[in-house]
Design a protein around this ligand. Structure first.
Ligand code: R5P
Length: 290
């Protein structure tokens, strides 16, 4: 008898099904309802005693509802006698507020870490967290997986003629490299070049993108501002077509419409399930659990 059981939260219905299929283990869909006052009701109708329970629940918007559901699923699994509990939270809400940038601010990620741990998680798995070192805030083992090579493999299947992968800044160069490798494409990042003491032009550090399909690689697209600005620069440099690939398609404030209107083809993963989720992180998660 396999001891692994996957519990699929409402923010990750497809991903949890894919993970359980790959692991050939049972998928439990919890019963979820709202009380008349709006509070969340959770019921897990399965025998979890002595099982390794994997709760798959991402936490995109509405972040607080999805987070609360995650906490209820973790704590209930613990009270129902699970032997080990893994929280798979592919998109971890509040991860970008990982420091006290201004005096008095909440370090939100740290609060989330305390909540996840005290709800009963024995380990955490997430994907392309904004800053990997912020996982040090967890006292349980916490692992970060990266979807960048999977995005590169997806792009390879599109058989682009002259792809180049571009990161938005120097910090995103390692991500651009991971997308470029499976494609066998060159990679670069945008940098400000000073032309005269008063004139600065932003362009790729070394590559000429003229006539190429430029792929902007990022961990997250939120408002879309970063990608739209990068696309504008690359088009001005003569790129033939613009793709934007990211792990987390947050798309706040109608960002997806604005990106599409700007002629950008957007590809994301199922860490946040939506119309651009063409790449699944299920193989990564399943491999980490195997
Ligand atoms: C920045 O460091 C990140 O990697 C993303 O580029 C950024 O968070 C994207 O945000 P937005 O889509 O709002 O520009």
């Amino acid at each position: 008898m396999k001891t692994l059981i996957v519990i699929g939260g409402s923010a990750s219905p497809k991903l949890s099904a894919r993970v359980s299929r790959l692991l050939r283990c049972r998928l439990v869909r919890p019963e979820l309802k709202r009380f008349p006052d709006g509070e969340l009701y959770v019921r897990i109708k399965a025998d979890l005693r002595r099982r390794h329970v994997v709760v798959v629940q991402s936490t995109p918007a509405p972040q607080n509802d999805n987070l609360m559901e995650l906490l209820l699923l973790l704590h209930t699994s613990s009270e129902l006698g699970a032997r080990k509990i893994t929280a798979v939270v592919p998109y971890l809400a509040y991860a970008r507020q990982d420091k006290r940038f201004k005096p008095g601010e909440a370090v939100s990620l740290r609060t989330v870490a305390r909540l996840v741990e005290s709800a009963g998680a024995d380990e955490l798995i997430t994907v392309d967290i904004h800053e990997e070192h912020s996982l040090d805030d967890f006292t349980i083992p916490a692992r970060n997986l990266t979807a960048m090579p999977l995005l590169g493999q997806y792009l390879k299947r599109l058989r682009l003629k002259r792809p180049v992968v571009i990161g938005g800044d120097q910090g995103s160069e390692p991500r651009a490299k991971m997308v470029a490798q499976p494609l066998g494409a060159p990679y670069d990042y945008l940098v400000k070049h000073r032309i005269t003491p008063t004139r600065v032009v932003t362009k790729p550090k070394k590559l000429d993108v003229r006539g190429h399909e430029a792929i902007i690689a990022d961990d997250i697209i939120s408002t879309g501002g970063t990608v739209i600005e990068a696309a504008r620069i690359l088009k001005r440099q003569g790129a033939a077509r613009i793709y934007a690939v990211c792990t987390h398609g947050v798309f706040a404030h109608n960002a997806l419409k604005r990106l599409q209107r700007a002629g950008i083809t957007v590809v994301s993963t199922d860490t946040i399930e939506g119309p651009t989720s063409r790449v699944s992180v299920a193989p990564l998660v399943a491999q980490a659990l195997a």
